[in-house]
Every structure is written in C-alpha cells, then in structure tokens.
Design a protein around this ligand. Sequence first.
Ligand SMILES: [Zn+2]
Length: 489
Amino acid sequence: MRDHFEVGRYDAAGRLGELTVPRAGVTVETPALMPVVNPHVQTVAPSTLASEFGAEILITNSYILHGSDELREPALDEGLHDLLDFSGAIMTDSGSFQLAEYGDIDVTTEEILDFQHRIGSDIGTPIDIPTPPDVDRARAERELATTQERIETAAEADVGEMLVTAPMQGSTDPDLREAAAEHAHGTGLDVFPIGAVVPLMNEYRYADLADVVAACKRGLGEDAPVHLFGAGHPMMFAMAVALGCDLFDSAAYALYARDGRYLTVRGTEHLDDMDYFPCHCPVCVEHTPADLRGASDEDSEELLARHNLHVTYGEIRTIKQAIRDGDLVELVDSRARAHPAMLDGYRTLLDHAAQLERTDRIAKDTFFHCSTESARRPEVVRHHQRLDRFALSGDVLLTEGERDEGYDESWRVDPPFAPYPRELGDAYPFTAEVPERLDRQAYESAADGIARLAELNPDVDLTLAHFEWPASALDRVPDAVTVRRLGEE
Ligand SMILES: [Zn+2]
C-alpha cells in the first residue's frame, strides 16, 4: 500500500498534497520546489534555503558525491544532512544526467542506491536511461526496457525507510510514456519522475511537454506523486501543475544567476538589459539593476540567485492559492500569454480537458471566461458529456431569452456552455462571467452542445432562440433544430 502521499484539494489535475518522507521525519506540502544543491558550489547555502525561503526539501546529486575524493568520505561519515546542514528532506539524483551527457558512468543501480542509502538520502533514485525526444521507436523501446529492469532492481533493494523513485521514460511517444508509467506504478515504488524532458523545455516545446505529461498521468494512479524532472523555470509551473505534476527541481535559479539572467513568471530577462526590477522580493526592493551590475561578480550572482528563488517559490505559492480558490486554469491561461510556445502548451493541455475533468472540482468560485481557450475548459467539457443525464420530451426551447410557455420545456443556453435546465442556473459553472463581446469559439462550443443534445434526443423537437450568433456557430446547429433569432420578432 502506498500511503506516503495524500491528495487534498484538486483543480483540473492539479492538486494540493502532502508527501510524507519517513526517513527525514518531515511532511512536504505539494506542489513543491526542490532547489538543486551542487555539493561543490553552493550559491545559496542549504540552511538559507530553509530559513529564508522555507525550503522543506532539496535535491542533490549522489553521483557527484560518490565520485568526489573530498566529499565521498565526509558524506559517508557525517551523512548528507550534516554535510549540507539541512534538516528537511533530501532527494538524491543518481548520475542519469551524467550518463546522458557523457554516455557512460562507472556505477550500477545497486551500487548507487546502496550509496544513497548509506549517506542518509531520504529519496533515492536508480540509474534510468534518459532517452531524448524524437528518437525512433525501436531505440525508445530498447532503452525503456533497460530503465524498467533498473527500477525493478530498485524495487527489490533493501534501503530501509528511504523512498525510491521510479523514473518514466519513452521519449516523445505517448504510448510508451503511458506504458512506462503503468509499469512504474506497478513496481510499488514511491515517487514518479517524468524523465528526459529538459530538451523539450530548452527548445520551448511546451505542446510536446503537455502531451508527455498527460500520457504519463494516464498510466499512474492518483496516489502517485509526480516529479517533472529538470523543470525549474517558474513560467511553466502553473501549466505543469494543472496537468498533474507535484514536484519540481530548480537548478535554474543558480545556473541563470551565473549568466546574469533574471527569472520572472513571464520569461527571462538579462541583467544588462534591465533598468527596473519588476519584483517585490527583498533583493529587488533593496537594489536596482545598476547596483547589481556594479557589485562584485560573486555578490551579483548571489543576489540574482536569491531573487530567482524568491520568484520561483512565489509562483509555487500563487499556484497553491489558485488551487485553493479553484482558478488554476485561469492562472495557466494568463501565464500562457507570456510566450506563443506557452500558448501552444496551454492549447495542448486543453486537448486533454476530458482527462483533467476527471479530478476537477464540481464547484468553485465563478468561472471567468477570459479568452478563446476558455470555451475548451474542463468545466465546459464536463457539462457537454453530462447531457446524457437528462430526459427530454416534447417541444423544447433552448434560449438566451425568457421562458416561453408555448414549449413543454424551456432551457437556458449561455455560450460557451451547452444548453442546461433553468434550475441549474445558480450552480457552477453556469454563473460564469463572460465578456459582452464574446468570441466566435464560445458560440461554436454552445452550438456543439446543441448538436449533441439533438443526437441524444432524436424524438425531441428542439428550437434555438438566440441573439445574433455568428454564422460559424449557426452552421454547427443540426438542420433538425428550428432556429429563431431573438430581438427581431
Ligand atoms: Zn526579486
């Protein structure tokens, strides 16, 4: 039984959860950020991560410690928590990244897991094969088979209370990703990283990323905490959480700072190009870009890294509050405006709206229709699917106007939603706020709902009464439905 991950509230597939890490004796609230700590170069000390940023968990690389003449023995003697001076949960990576970079590493899964256990890691990782995007299916299958053997080995290893991850590979092939997830979940291991997605993120392929995450989620149970491995840029966190990711690791805060790069939820700025800091964190309130440019390299790097952490943790809090309020998809919608590739990612996320609907909350605060994409949200899909729950007979009016006693029944139709019985008018999502100047897609979505209602009720006479719907929507209303224009009669 998997009982170390408990999900509280959902919004789409995003969730507030609690990951209990027994070896550390801590419970981590998710979605959570794990800052990457390089054992050799600590831009921000782990104790500062805890005291200044509230870090409950971090990640470091056991392969680097294993291969280091200076740090290997101290790690074994003192243990990781003393070595890093951090009392929260510590996850360790295994060297898979180095394997992908250099093609070869000199340890086995058994050895590195045993080493992770001996240095006191709380969450250990086997050596999976990070298969890049777009490889041919034969290679993706072959490497996945090796990854699967290794996670089976990991599942059998005697590592006490240490949690162990089961990475999911399969390149950009959704079938393989889903199969990988099902297999990983079946091993009984504890945390589920989606591996080898860094190349997708580096190339802004957020649409492909959304497909990969959705495929992995289909193969996992809801009791599985999901780690989007290598995702550290806050601009895509909301989208990843809405798809069902729980854990992120950020090396970006430090790596970007080293190059003078400043993270925001809308993208990345370069310190050299900045006259103003748009952020309210202590670094940005107390300094100007010119101050940082005038500081020593070391000070400037540390201050930038601290800003990058503030903005990254801030986005995690923003996302948690959005889940609590039930407006996570509206947050994703607004973040998607930062870059056309993010918009592609959001549109692809909405291709999976039926999948996200399964865990979406039934009731939330008011639905805000703020973009053409709103017409494809899980709430719209849900009502469309549930039209088969109503029994209709006789003459039925579907109207944007008043009730008409000349009909047996009179339903409301409020784009983007499919028609609904009037008694649901006070219920979510039909209390939606929509703009006066509604987009064509919203009318088309309502028209598709009418078409479905007609298909489900072939013996019912349907009449649509509308205020000036666009032709593209009226074209989608079946011929069997009588159409009346309101305001002209
Ligand atoms: Zn700042």
